[in-house]
Design a protein around this ligand. Structure first.
Ligand code: VG1
Ligand code: CO
Length: 544
């Protein structure tokens, strides 16, 4: 087997977004496109010769091909060992778990998360560092800068490996080991949660649940953990066979895209608990019987109940949330007397806080929650956390959430997404806000008065790095707020996200529909940003 050095020329569009490089499969199929990016990752790193690399993905179309290419390139570049999930499958949190457990140098995760999959849809690739977390901005910036000047890549001339058979093979000088995709992750979950208590809950005739894998990566994980280890009936799982095109669906676990699960939980004879995960297994949606838990509330409630879970009963170091996530978790942190942190959108910003022991739980409004057990958000972890809390409290999801609001007040919250908007129009909208923001301060809009307006900038408390332009925040004197930002994960046009939040201490008003409670703020957002006029849309694509 010989190493081939292939000359190539740069592509101008390989800048990683919120979570790696995401493009249409057809773009990745452009000759050298994938290879250029992978070589740029390797060229940005130092000291990996002879070290271990973890490789796996969410199983979408192009996963297997990309993995074969990456294995040959990693071998040609001098990695000593490569751990790859069987069939090329590793959920994002499982990849993070494996990088940490086996002290790997890093990992490459193939995923476009919740974006649709198939020959005409999306693919993605990202690099995770030795702590198991997404590469921080200084590494993604370095990768991007190399993609702009790359002129050659290295690849081993070799046949495809059998990714479906467990065990070791040699690829040149490098050992490739195909590992069980689920075992290490399942074991870690068993160490964190009270499996005996959850088993008792799941065996009770008083309790039933439904987990929806959305035909994406979590199916095998749910089967092993929920059914094989915890004794849930097989009928508690739906859409748990992973498919290369995710069954034509959009594996984004929200009320719009996870409609199969929503139908079950809002139907006759609805189970007590429902949950879904996204394409790569790092997100979660939690439902009770005819009841939706917002991700921001979920983070706050898990934190408030963390003493019920073995792994966290010794207390939390701190709670971190992304800037657009509601402030519900901050209230829990305040009551617990621990620090709360506000970071930009994207899990890569939590890594330093977790590594430094400053935060234990982290969360994003986009259905992402996680802890210091790995360095990614973790869908099934959140499901097990909820099951552990339900088992310990013996109350319904709805009761637990409503009681939480009684104690802490309710943070009404909603996100409106305008997907596939013309990029120029979306940029104009954001530029206008940047230009005119300062002038808003002190202005009154109905009962609301603007207290501040800025473009969120974050200084990492651990390494001092600064990330600017992370979203326009408009804060009002009563602590409610409106946030605007453009998505960094889409592959077509632009997606404008509008986040709206207000705080309601009055229990009598807690049963309001959030769209009703936030109506005035939503109208103010449109007045200030001219959303309808500038996007040319009269309503959002998705409301959560
Ligand atoms: C979105 C979410 C963000 C999340 C990111 C990756 O980013 O808003 O909270 O971290 O997706 O999640 P954006 O830039 O489109 O708003 V995943 O599940 O795609 O790895
Ligand atoms: Co995801």
């Amino acid at each position: 087997m010989s190493i081939k050095v292939v000359s190539t020329s740069p592509f101008p569009d390989q800048k990683p977004g919120t979570s790696g490089l995401r493009k249409k499969v057809t773009v990745f199929q452009t000759p050298n496109y994938l290879e250029n990016f992978v070589q740029s990752i390797f060229d940005s790193l130092e000291g990996f010769s002879g070290q271990t690399l973890v490789v796996g993905g969410d199983g979408r179309y192009y996963n297997r091909h990309a993995i074969q290419v990456i294995l040959r390139m990693a071998a040609a570049n001098g990695f000593g060992k490569i751990l790859v999930g069987r069939g090329g499958i590793l959920s994002t949190p499982a990849a993070s778990c494996i990088i940490r457990k086996y002290n790997a140098f890093g990992g490459i995760i193939l995923s476009a998360s919740h974006n649709p999959a198939g020959p005409d849809d999306d693919f993605g690739i990202k690099y995770n560092t030795g702590n198991g977390g997404p590469a921080p901005e200084k590494i993604t910036d370095a990768i991007y800068s190399i993609t702009k000047s790359i002129n050659a890549y290295k690849i081993l001339e070799a046949n495809d490996l059998d990714l479906d058979r467990l065990g070791e093979t040699k690829l040149g000088e490098t050992i490739v080991e195909v590992i069980d995709s689920v075992a290490d992750y399942a074991e870690l979950m068993g160490e964190l949660f009270d499996f005996d208590r959850i088993k008792t809950l799941l065996a009770s005739t008083e309790f039933s649940m439904c987990f929806d894998g959305m035909h994406a990566v979590t199916g095998p994980y749910a089967q092993e953990i929920l059914v094989n280890r915890l004794g849930a009936p097989a009928s508690a799982l739906q859409n748990c066979v992973p498919l290369e095109d995710f069954g034509g669906g959009h594996p984004d676990p929200n009320l719009v895209y996870a409609h199969d699960l929503v139908d079950v939980l809002y139907g006759d004879a609805a189970p007590d608990f429902g949950a879904a995960s996204d394409g790569d297994g790092d997100r979660n949606m939690i439902l009770g019987r005819k009841f939706f838990v917002t991700p921001s509330d979920s983070l706050a409630i898990l934190a408030a109940n963390s003493h019920l879970v073995p792994a966290y009963k010794g207390g939390l170091a701190g709670i971190a949330r992304s800037m657009p996530t509601s402030k519900a978790a901050d209230r829990v942190a305040a009551r617990l007397g621990i620090e709360s942190y506000e970071t930009p959108t994207g899990w890569k910003f939590f890594g330093n806080l977790l590594d430094a022991g400053k935060a234990t739980l982290c969360g994003e409004e986009s259905f992402g929650t996680g802890s210091n057990h790995v360095r990614e958000k973790d869908g099934l972890w959140a499901v097990l956390f909820w099951l552990n809390v339900l088992a310990a409290r013996q109350e319904s999801v709805e009761t637990i959430v409503k009681e939480h609001w009684q104690i802490y007040g309710r943070n009404f919250y909603s996100r409106h997404d305008y997907e596939g908007v013309d990029s120029d129009r979306a940029n104009t909208l954001v530029d206008n806000l940047r230009k005119n923001g300062a002038a808003l301060v002190g202005q009154k809009f109905g009962t609301y008065e603007v207290a501040f307006c800025d473009d969120f900038s974050y200084t990492d408390p651990v390494d001092g790095s600064v990330s600017s332009k992370q979203g326009i925040r408009i804060g009002f004197t009563d602590d409610s707020r409106i946030v605007f930002r453009l998505s960094g994960t889409g592959t077509q046009g632009a997606t404008l996200r509008l986040y709206v939040e207000s705080y309601e201490p009055n229990i009598a008003k807690h049963s309001l529909d959030p769209q009703e409670a936030l109506k005035e703020l939503i109208e103010i957002a449109d007045r200030i940003a001219q959303i309808k006029i500038l996007t040319g849309r009269d309503r959002p694509t998705v409301i959560t």
